[in-house]
Design a binder for this molecule. Structure first.
Ligand SMILES: Nc1ncnc2c1ncn2[C@@H]1O[C@H](COP(=O)(O)OP(=O)(O)OP(=O)(O)O)[C@@H](O)[C@H]1O
Ligand SMILES: [Mg+2]
Length: 613
């Protein structure tokens, strides 16, 4: 935490300094008040004759001090906010960066709702804690110590009242904090739950409506919310007990000061003005103790939140840059070049040349005895000893029943997950040895579920290459068969896309995802069932464009329909995590029973249409 505070140490130092100014002014006021009463009104040192001039002068002094105190207070507030807001901003950005670096399995462990709460509400609680520490803490310590000292200076007997009242208050505050502190962590967890249900419902609102599950979901949200309210109420109830108890102690103490003060005035040891001042000091002291309870409450809530944010910050990304890449960016390149010595040009491990894949070398993918099980899935293998090599420029299709492991296989190439056994090599280098950003720059993937963002079509596409020219954009859109429908929209590329691409049809979303992937000009292009929503004619045109314009790019196409894959150089048939055959359409038709079965079933269902039609 101090790492984020260090940058704003000037603000963190100035704020308490100005606070000291404000509190000093508060502590001087009762003294001046006492002068007004004793000398101005009662005229104790002038045989009972008051002094109007003194009242006016002292009154003006008091106003002056209030102004100075107020200015100090404002400046303290400004510096406190500058410190805590900037600190929170930095911490929030760091937490966001960390979450982005986590692997899918790690973000799944936290749950989206919880991560949102941690980055928003939890960091706000930590911000409050910081601001309370540099402002509230200093203010109350000073008021407390300064008040006691000033009171003792008036008359030592007043100290007795403070000595009696304090233990009560301290016990009260300690009891309250002991009860309330554990509730804060619970409170944040309940907030996680509310956020999770909320997020699931907003994201899945169409399904909720389609299944008429509004009432069910309302109840689920209501339950989570009531749970949250219940915890909040417990905290508030405890706080509610505190205030009257504190007030009783405060009022009894005031009575005691008046009583003792009365006796001391009669004895001639103190003046009435001093008794008035003592009452003000007493309320300042006891108030500071009450405020301590609030400060500690904010601190214990902030600490609970800090632990939660720290859990995220301390999470070491499971998938990070390979050791070789970290030790030397060159090492991996040398390896790769050796592996591809007989090819025209070695891979650069950098971003593929921007000006198109033509001439870009590399893009060889090799699965070497790869087995894979999803982390936390009790070790059930999704892929078993897969051996497969895809040469640069080759088009490899992957066909297999749903759940056979097609997506899992291709997700290993950009290292969305790490293999359990074996190796995945890109350009002869284990993906674990690549610098992650460079590896992912080498691969363009259109995911099975098209993810689009709520911005214009152009901005969505430029994710592929932010520096792409208008011509490059248009060419990629044409190749992906998306140009026509984009131009048909009244605002063309500047048409806004609704959240998650809700304003587009399934096929349009897929074509935008494909355009985005093509624009990336990567050496390896992966389409994970990205053409499933396209009609066969459009799909055939897309494949034709890929064949002619992306000759040197390694293309890995997952598809369900034989019509979509028959034009590929080779088709890998995946069955239950095993590659049972890998050959051309013609050869598979002769030799692979599973492939023939799929062919026959699709023919019967009437989906078998020549992709060249
Ligand atoms: N994140 C995950 N965690 C645990 N298991 C998973 C995960 N994703 C997929 N699986 C499991 O891995 C197996 C293979 O899934 P995969 O998504 O690779 O299949 P697929 O061949 O792409 O299927 P489809 O054609 O339906 O897309 C399935 O049994 C699935 O339940
Ligand atoms: Mg899949």
């Amino acid at each position: 935490m101090f790492r984020y505070l260090k940058k704003y140490w000037v603000f963190a130092l100035l704020a308490p300094l100005f606070m000291i100014g404000e509190v000093l002014m508060d502590l001087v006021q009762p003294r001046l008040m006492s002068t007004i009463i004793d000398e101005g009104v009662l005229g104790l040192s002038n045989q009972g004759v008051g002094d109007l001039k003194l009242i006016i002068v002292t009154g003006l002094q008091m106003i002056g001090l209030v102004a100075i105190g107020g200015t100090c207070g404002v400046l303290c507030g400004v510096f406190t906010n500058l410190c805590s807001q900037n600190f929170g901003n930095d911490m929030r950005k760091a937490a966001f960066r960390k979450i982005m670096a986590l692997s899918f399995e790690q973000t799944d462990q936290f749950s989206t709702g919880s991560l949102i709460t941690r980055v928003t509400n939890d960091i706000t609680q930590i911000q409050n804690m910081v601001s309370q520490c540099i402002r509230g803490f200093v203010r109350n310590i000073m008021l407390f110590a300064g008040g006691i000292a000033s009171m003792m200076l008036l008359d030592i007997s007043f100290g007795v009242v403070v000595a009696c009242a304090l233990p009560f208050l301290v016990i009260c505050v300690a009891f309250f904090l002991a009860k309330v502190t554990p509730l804060f962590r619970v409170l944040q967890k309940k907030l996680d739950r509310v956020n999770s249900v909320m997020q699931e419902n907003v994201a899945g609102s169409r399904v909720v409506k389609a299944y008429v599950k509004e009432e069910y979901e309302k109840k689920r949200f209501g339950d989570a919310n009531e749970d949250l309210v219940g915890t909040q109420l417990r905290i508030l109830t405890l706080s509610a007990y505190m205030t009257p108890v504190m007030n009783i102690v405060l009022n009894l103490s005031v009575v005691a000061v008046i009583y003792i003060g009365g006796i001391r005035v009669e004895q001639g040891d103190v003046t009435p003005g001093s008794v008035m001042a003592a009452i003000t000091y007493l309320s300042q002291i006891l108030h500071s103790v009450m405020m301590f309870a609030m400060v500690f409450q904010t601190i214990s809530r902030g600490t609970a939140s800090y632990r939660r944010v720290k859990e995220v910050m301390d999470c070491v990304p499971v998938i990070a840059d390979g050791e070789a890449a970290m030790m030397s960016g060159e090492a991996a390149t040398v390896n790769a070049e050796a592996a591809l010595a007989d090819e025209k040009a070695g891979p650069t491990h950098g971003k593929a040349p921007r000006k198109g894949p033509k001439g870009a070398a590399g893009g060889r993918v090799e699965f070497r005895n790869v087995s894979f099980a999803y982390p936390g899935s009790s070790g059930e293998a999704v892929l078993n000893h897969v051996n497969l090599t895809i040469e640069p420029g080759e088009t490899l299709a992957i066909l297999g029943a749903t759940g056979s492991g097609k997506s899992s296989l291709v997700n290993l190439i950009p290292r969305f997950y790490d293999v359990t056994e074996g190796q995945v090599l890109v350009d002869g280098v284990d993906v674990k040895d690549w610098k992650l950003t460079e590896l992912r720059d080498t691969v363009a993937i259109a995911l099975q579920k098209s993810e689009l963002f709520s911005t214009t079509i152009r901005k969505n596409l430029l994710w592929g290459d932010s520096e792409a020219t208008e011509e490059e954009l248009e060419k990629a859109a044409k190749d992906a068969q998306a140009a026509e429908f984009i131009h048909a929209k009244s605002e063309g590329y500047d048409t806004m896309v609704a959240e998650k691409g809700m304003s587009l049809s399934g096929g349009q979303k897929q074509r935008l995802s494909i355009t985005r992937a093509l624009l990336k000009n990567a050496k390896i292009l992966i389409f994970d069932d990205s053409t499933s929503a396209l009609d066969l004619k459009t799909e055939a045109k897309l494949y034709e464009a890929l064949r002619t314009h992306y000759k040197d790019v390694t293309k890995i196409m997952i598809a369900q329909r034989i019509a979509s894959v028959k034009g590929a150089n080779r088709i890998a048939v995946l069955d239950n995590g095993n590659i049972v055959a890998c050959d051309s359409h013609e050869n598979l038709m002769k030799s692979c029973e599973i492939y023939q079965d799929i062919y026959r079933s699709q023919l019967k269902a009437g989906t078998e249409v020549s992709a060249d039609e």
